[in-house]
Write a protein that binds this ligand. Structure first.
Ligand code: ZN
Length: 498
């Protein structure tokens, strides 16, 4: 192996270890850490983050990258080596633009912001969160200033989650989705009865059901955990240490779907090719692509008829008091019902993306300073009325429901809706490629589906940009909202209440 390349690889492995140490601190903060641990944890994250930033952005890494240009050019574009150099150079050049002090401050204030948000949400009082939100927003805008001004500072935020994507591209997709989705909601008719999904669903039995189900999706024994949290997420410390989280309620089965969602993220992390471990390539190309997988396993598999043909019997046996007298058709209608609701994470597949468009539009106003932060709760209520036809009565059910802004994470929300769009673009190809997919799902056999995704997506990690990744799989890297809309229209037809 080229000596300079070996040295680069070693340095990147060490910075990767630091990033994963931060992931452990973050996972612990959101699952296990007692409430009063927040201040110390903020300091710990800032310290490790600072060292990570310094190591990664060092002149030496830059010199190695520069010296490796001829080596890179001598290799195939899609080789692991050329990809590592190419992707690392992009990351390095981006991160070099951000002063270490600012990067550290963003992490520290983000951690504090998260604590302030949690307290404000518990009290349902936005004013308790406002000072922290001002701080993280100011830092986010300073961060955006580190980059060449595109059409909008928002491009800089988006680029962190969807490398190469522009605000205008997202807006173009959302401009199609906005009127179509509101029309589908209108045409969906009265929501199906799901009263039998509200009642007594002991958490221990939900956990047991998931413990049986998730390995069938394709997780190896001893390589994953599923723990309770407030705001579910998935992280991984290596492909053999995947940490999914969920939020259980003993009054319903939403955690089953939330867990299948996180399992989709988990499978992506679990499927990384061994040659890409401990490197900047050891994750998915973008949050949108990652979300396409959570949506695939949560919705395209987990809310489908074939899937429940296999698993509804076991679910009825798990919760006989609730479900013994409920037929599969009624159950399917209930888990696929469409009805506007206040909380994004509980939203159905149609209204979900409207929740995202609401946030995206508010973010545009925040970033362009046409909306003062103190007016955010009211602006939220107005958008909610406009897009969903309902208005939250409390901040907890409105502007305080999500954690993202507490870390200054503007640009993150759109990736959820892009994930929905991409999931259907991929699914149409999967349906074309895998004959008998429905029969396999109905037999609880996920091998071919998982194998297809593993081969085309998961194993490549971040070797290719999101656009390149889609191009390689679909022949075009363009986002197309039509398959998603067709899928929703068809679904609303099929699951009309009897
Ligand atoms: Zn997700």
């Amino acid at each position: 192996m080229n000596a300079a390349f070996a040295e680069l690889k070693q340095r990147l492995a060490e910075t990767h270890d630091l990033a994963k140490a931060m992931a452990v601190l973050g996972w612990d903060q959101r699952t296990m850490m007692p409430r009063l641990g927040g201040e110390a944890r903020a300091g710990q994250l800032a310290t490790v983050g600072k060292i990570h930033h310094e190591l990664f952005t060092s002149d030496e890494v830059g010199r190695l990258l520069e010296g490796l240009r001829p080596y890179e050019e001598s290799l195939p574009y899609d080789s692991d080596e050329a990809s590592l150099i190419r992707v690392t150079r992009r990351d390095w050049e981006k991160e070099r633009r951000v002063p270490a002090e600012l990067a550290g401050e963003i992490l520290r204030e983000g951690s504090r912001g998260q604590a302030a948000w949690l307290a404000a949400k518990q009290a349902s009082d936005f004013s308790l969160f406002l000072p922290a939100l001002r701080k993280v927003t100011e830092l986010a805008l300073r961060y955006a200033e580190c980059f060449d001004a595109g059409d909008s500072p928002y491009d800089a935020f988006l680029d962190d989650y969807e490398p190469g994507m522009k605000t205008a591209e997202v807006k173009a997709v959302f401009d199609v989705l906005r009127p179509e989705l509101t029309a589908i909601v209108r045409e969906a008719g009265p929501p199906a009865d799901d009263s039998f999904l509200h009642g007594d669903f002991p958490v221990a039995r939900q956990e047991a059901f998931l413990r049986d189900l998730l390995p069938a999706f394709g997780f190896a024994d001893g390589a994953w955990r599923l723990d309770p949290t407030v705001h579910p997420f998935c992280t991984s410390f290596s492909p053999r240490d995947v940490r999914m989280t969920t939020r259980y309620s003993p009054a319903g089965v939403r955690a089953l779907f939330a867990s299948m969602h996180e399992a989709g993220h988990g499978l992506y992390a679990h499927g990384l090719g061994p040659s890409l471990e401990r490197s900047p390539l050891a994750r998915s190309p973008s949050l949108g692509l990652d979300e396409s997988q959570s949506r695939t396993w949560e919705n395209l598999v987990g809310r489908s008829r074939p899937f429940w043909e296999r698993y509804y019997g076991p679910l009825q046996e798990t919760f006989p008091e609730q479900l013994a007298g409920v037929g599969l058709d009624d159950y399917l209608r209930a888990i696929n019902r469409v009805v506007p609701s206040l909380i994004r994470v509980d939203a159905d597949e149609v209204t979900y993306s409207l929740h995202i468009i609401l946030r995206f539009e508010l973010e545009q106003e925040i970033v362009s300073s046409t909306l003062a932060l103190e007016d955010l709760p009211e602006a939220w209520r107005e958008k909610s009325r406009e897009l969903l036809g309902i208005v939250p009565e409390t901040d907890a059910e409105g502007v305080l429901q999500d954690v993202h802004w507490s870390r200054g994470g503007y640009g993150y929300f759109p990736t959820y809706a892009l994930g929905n769009v991409i999931s259907l673009q991929l699914w149409r190809r999967i349906q074309h490629d895998l004959r008998g997919l429905d029969d396999q799902l109905a037999a609880g056999d996920f091998h071919q589906l998982h194998g297809w995704l593993q081969e085309r997506l998961y194993r490549h990690g971040r070797k290719f940009t999101p656009k390149e990744t889609l191009e390689r799989v679909l022949g075009s890297g363009d986002l197309d909202p039509q398959p998603f809309l067709e899928y929703l229209r068809e679904k609303v037809q099929v699951y009309q209440p009897a």
